[in-house]
Design a protein around this ligand. Structure first.
Ligand code: PHE
Length: 353
């Protein structure tokens, strides 16, 4: 028995010191110690010669030895594998690397930047605001009466949730909410931030059926100019300059009377079709004109709602969608492409700044 125990100890040392770097010597290890005719199996055979009271102790030692050999075998296999993978002949260093594909700006971002930068050159700065808005900033302050159709559930996503103590939350239907927030600062601070000259780009939401031409969310750039003596002539000249920069020097503008609760008078601005030059085509539905934005002089009530003296100050405002000009100028025929994140679509804009 003593001799056997000594033998076991020696094998343990031997196993511990075994070094293998190739699959063959790993296999040799397995056969020698763990194989069906291997050392451990053989030693197990000695059990029958062990006296009864020692059988338990011997069995325990053999189990330890076997577990030790198995662990060692696992680590040998791993070492051999790693060795194999990193050995030079498996890697072809002359192969070309993976190409780095440059990212690109989203077409909506491109178009937004293009629109915004024209107004920035005229001295407008960018203003930002929340997409989750309350009824006051999206509707009431803008003189949109309580039973105005724009408030219909059909048009607006309402949020059924109590936040900051009230429940009249919604997803903004236009970025005019930002204009209210900026004008309101005037009242809050007490000292005024006039004149105001801002553009408000951002995402807006309307409860519309999704199709190739309309989506339940889209993007807008709205603008606001408030100062003493701002007139409709300023509005026309500013927007005419914008349209020429955006669609080409040759376009002609046309202002049609319209209605928005927050502007008076209100207008819609058309330009001669920049595709056919006014002759009539599919894009302008043979009329020679395309509508590009809504605008008007800020309603005195809206100024007063924000604490601005409407006897002293006047202003103009305008708003336009980004998707439609992007579709026309980039030749995109389905609005859904803008939000599907299909790389085949997006990478077509890689070269555009
Ligand atoms: N808020 C309007 C809309 O979303 C656009 C607009 C803004 C019209 C400012 C006139 C003046 O449709």
């Amino acid at each position: 028995m003593e001799q056997l125990l000594e033998q076991i100890e020696n094998y343990k040392k031997e196993i511990g010191n075994y070094a293998a770097t190739d699959p063959q010597s790993a296999e040799n290890f397995r056969i020698k110690y763990l194989g069906s005719k291997g050392i451990i199996k053989n030693l197990m055979g000695e059990m029958k010669n062990i006296p009864g009271e020692k059988k338990k102790e011997f069995g325990q030692m053999m189990n330890d030895l076997k577990a030790f050999a198995e662990t060692k075998y696992e680590s040998i296999k791993e070492a051999v594998n790693v060795h194999q993978q990193s050995s030079g002949d498996q890697i072809d260093l002359s192969l070309p690397g993976d190409p780095l594909t440059p990212g690109s700006r989203h077409p909506i971002t491109l178009m937004r930047n293009r629109i915004v930068s024209i107004f920035q050159r005229l001295g407008f700065s960018i203003a930002d605001g929340p997409e989750i808005e309350d009824d006051w900033h999206n509707f009431t302050a803008l003189n949109i009466s309580e039973n105005h159709p724009a408030r219909d559930m059909q048009d607006t996503f309402y949020i059924q949730h109590q936040l900051e103590g009230h429940t009249d939350w919604l997803l903004r239907t236009h970025t005019s909410n930002v204009q209210i927030r900026v004008m309101e600062k005037n009242r809050q601070s007490g000292q005024g931030n006039l004149p105001i000259r801002i553009v408000c780009p951002g995402r807006v939401y309307r409860n519309e059926t999704i199709s190739a031409r309309s989506h339940c969310f889209f993007h807008q750039v709205e603008g606001l100019y408030v100062d003493e003596h701002v007139s409709f002539a300023d509005l026309k000249q500013t927007l005419y300059f914008f349209a020429q920069e955006m669609y080409g020097k040759d376009i002609k503008p046309r202002f049609r009377p319209s209605y928005f609760p927050f502007t008076e008078p209100s207008a819609e601005m058309d330009i001669t079709c920049f595709i056919c030059g006014g002759k009539g085509c599919r894009i302008c539905k043979q009329t020679g004109w395309v509508e590009i934005l809504g605008c008007g002089m800020v309603h005195p009530k809206v100024l007063e709602n924000c604490g601005i003296d409407s006897n002293k100050y006047t202003g103009f405002a305008f708003g336009m969608g980004i998707e439609r000009p992007a579709m026309l100028l980039y030749g995109v025929n389905d609005i859904r492409l803008f939000s599907e994140n299909d790389v085949r679509f997006l990478k077509q804009f890689t070269s555009m700044a």
